[in-house]
Design a protein around this ligand. Structure first.
Ligand code: COI
Length: 370
């Protein structure tokens, strides 16, 4: 990795949240509701490239109403976490993979690339400034969620790649993504909508993919489900992913199957990590196409014993029920262990133990931030 080219100037704010209020905010933080004192900002222009990189007081951004992102959605983001280890050090998980995906997303959205080193340096600069906001690693699943993003800030209504772009990182203390903590979620199968089509932006982490998933998510909620699952846009037959998470299926013989990457599925860092960790646990892992009939029939017959969703925010979350217009099927036996099946549970704990420094990092997946 070439060294960071950008140096992030730190402008500490004098009105940071008092210790007692910050401590209170770290108790049961939920997801995405509270934010630290600072943020990273950097600007890119066609003339100057990346410049003005800094850590500064978090606050509203000033945008011209004609800023291209507000009209054409030229925006990308990442989701990562900082974990506090038992010795008080703070680490993040496979940041170079997020950085590489951020660069791929940038290329797809015609945004400028940020180098892997600059991306990681920006995280280090923010987390070391706001280190006190990293929750203790004692609770089941608390961390500091990091949200790097980049958007077209040029004031111009013509449709072309923006000549001025803003990079920003904000940080948010986080507990479990789903309110109510770790329990099986229910999934609504979308018949009306698809998330991504071949040649589109499905593999990029851009805001537009998430905006496009929301009408289907509304249908899921209206039908009593927590999340929506999308099928492929061509045959409406192959299982792709949820609104913001990848899927895994556990078979009775211990085989773990996840939809293969097709260019329309997000290449999840958690997904890729689970594929390796599951193999280490002695499980057979397959990346292949999974039809919706295989899911429905397999869950009904008991051939599919567990299904789980995964992502940085949701970690590993069991799926308890699949519903669609006119039917539903329960998955596995969710009376045990609070609804977490044994394979889901062991993959989840293997991942969390590694991220929180409770087991040795034999692959070099962790990067120290503070
Ligand atoms: C993540 O897992 O970090 C995600 O990006 C999912 C969602 C919160 C957008």
């Amino acid at each position: 990795m070439s060294p960071a080219a950008l140096s992030f100037t730190v402008e500490p704010r004098s009105d940071a949240l008092p210790d007692d209020l910050r401590e209170a905010a770290l108790v049961d933080p939920g997801f995405g509701k509270t934010f630290t004192d600072h943020m990273v900002l950097a600007t890119w222009t066609t003339d100057e490239g990346w410049h003005d990189a800094k850590v500064t007081a978090r606050g509203p951004l000033s945008l011209d109403p004609s800023a291209a992102v507000l009209h054409y959605g030229q925006e990308i983001f990442e989701g990562m976490k900082a974990y506090r280890h038992p010795d008080n050090s703070v680490w993040t998980f496979r940041p170079e993979i997020n950085a590489a995906r951020f660069a791929r997303s940038a290329r797809r959205l015609a945004l400028p690339e940020l180098s892997v080193a600059d991306f990681i340096e920006s995280l280090r600069a923010l987390v070391s400034t706001d280190e006190k906001w990293v929750p203790s690693g004692d609770a089941e699943e608390t961390s500091l969620y990091l949200r790097p993003f980049m958007f077209a800030s040029e004031a111009f209504l013509g449709v072309r790649p923006a000549a001025e772009v803003t990079y920003c990182v904000i940080a948010s203390p986080a507990g479990p993504y789903f309110a109510g903590g770790l329990k099986p979620v229910s999934i609504w199968l979308s018949a009306d909508y698809t998330r991504a089509a071949p040649g589109g932006t499905g593999a990029a982490k851009c805001g537009g993919n998430y905006a496009a998933s929301l009408a289907a998510q509304v249908q899921a909620r209206a039908n009593g489900c927590d999340q929506v699952a999308f099928l492929d846009a061509v045959e409406h037959r192959w299982v792709e992913e949820l609104g913001g998470m990848n899927l895994f299926f556990v078979h009775g013989d211990g085989t773990v199957v996840t939809p293969e990457l097709t260019g329309t599925i997000l290449e999840g860092v958690t997904r890729a990590s689970i594929i390796e960790l599951a193999a280490d646990l002695g499980l057979k892992v397959e990346e292949r196409r999974i039809s919706i009939d295989e899911w429905r029939d397999g869950a009904a017959s008991g051939e599919i014993t567990e299904v789980f969703a995964c992502g940085t925010a949701a970690v590993v979350t069991p799926v308890g029920r699949l519903a669609w217009q006119g039917g539903e099927v329960m998955i596995g036996d969710h009376d045990n262990d609070g609804g977490v099946g044994p394979v889901t549970g062991s993959i989840r704990h293997t991942l969390l133990d590694l991220q929180y420094g409770r087991t040795a990092d034999t692959r070099g997946w962790l990067t120290r931030l503070v």
